[in-house]
Design a protein around this ligand. Structure first.
Ligand SMILES: [Zn+2]
Length: 311
């Protein structure tokens, strides 16, 4: 299937009005070369009964949603497809309350869980690392607001952000929460997010010292013009992230769930130049059948509310 996606909401409504159409679409995304039995690896003899794939060799049976974020869902796929459309068709995404309203869902909890499951699908397994020149810095979430204000965390969440240099502009980004600003945390993120051999540009913080396998461009400057940043790209990303968290989500985000939101922000940002919103829908659906299930119990952890983070 070559980038087959609905282009308008009307197309979506027409094409995915029945469960069967949604199942067919997901099956084509999940098994582009046809179904292969996960148990005996045979691909030549299978049948479909009540939307379940049955292996004629070993009798293994599975549905297209098994082992995906849609596993065990009580929500019809037609509703999931509309949720994926909502989250990708709007420039800034949608809050759980907004999704509940627009889809007429019975409970806020359902809308919230759907959004979080979809956010899990926004990180592509085995995605590429950033390369070239990459700016890296940390920021806080919680307390008054997000911002780079020293390195004590206490009841704030610490986020590390990487932004590729693309001429004067920004290329791709990566971000993640980290427990502290130690070398172990910073270097761990850098190794995961940035291709070895790349240039890592940071400020003078000692936690960045001793970075093996990278060119370290350490920016230390005692005098700085007002409004001038040594790491302008990463600071631009931080300010956009802050605006998004406080705008679309009114800042109502517990630290426990922050990474899910960072995933969504990154997904959107890295596709900001995409001309078609339908293409984002396609990517999300594709990744949703590639990542594992996220049972509700793993989404709902005790949520310490970030002081000042909830209104
Ligand atoms: Zn089999």
């Amino acid at each position: 299937m070559d980038e087959d996606f609905p282009r308008t909401v009307l197309e979506l409504e027409r094409r995915f009005s029945r469960e069967e159409a949604c199942i067919e679409y997901l099956a084509a995304l999940r098994w582009p070369g046809g179904w292969v039995c996960p148990r005996c690896k045979m691909a030549d003899a299978w049948s479909i009964r009540r939307n379940r794939w049955l292996c004629e060799h070993c009798r293994y049976e599975m549905s297209v949603t098994a082992g995906t974020i849609f596993q065990d869902t009580h929500v019809p796929l037609t509703i999931w497809f509309r949720a994926m459309w909502q989250i990708t068709s709007q420039k800034n995404g949608i809050s759980a309350l907004g999704l509940q309203r627009v889809l007429g869902l019975g409970s806020y909890k359902t809308a919230w869980a759907m959004l979080h499951k979809l956010r899990r699908a926004m990180v592509r397994p085995g995605r590429d690392r950033l390369d070239g020149v990459v700016e890296v810095d940390e920021a806080f979430w919680g307390g008054e607001e997000i911002g780079v204000v020293g390195r004590q965390t206490e009841d704030k969440a610490l986020i590390i952000i990487a932004a590729e240099e693309d001429g004067k502009g920004i290329g791709r980004i990566r971000m993640h929460t980290i427990p502290d600003a130690s070398s172990i945390s910073l270097h761990g993120f850098i190794r995961e997010a940035i291709e070895p051999g790349s240039t890592v540009r940071s400020d003078g913080w000692r936690g960045y010292l001793g970075l093996d396998g990278y060119v370290h461009d350490r920016q230390v400057q005692s005098h700085q013009e007002d409004g001038e940043h040594l790491l302008p790209r990463v600071h631009r990303v931080i300010s956009l992230l802050k605006r998004w968290l406080l705008g679309t989500h009114q800042g109502a985000i517990g630290q426990e769930h922050l990474d899910d939101y960072l995933n969504e922000f990154t997904f959107r940002f890295n596709r900001r130049r995409s001309k078609s919103r339908g293409k984002l829908f396609y990517r999300l659906a594709q990744q949703a059948v590639q990542v594992g299930p996220a049972p509700f119990a793993t989404l709902v952890k005790p949520q310490p509310v970030v002081p000042g983070g909830v209104k």
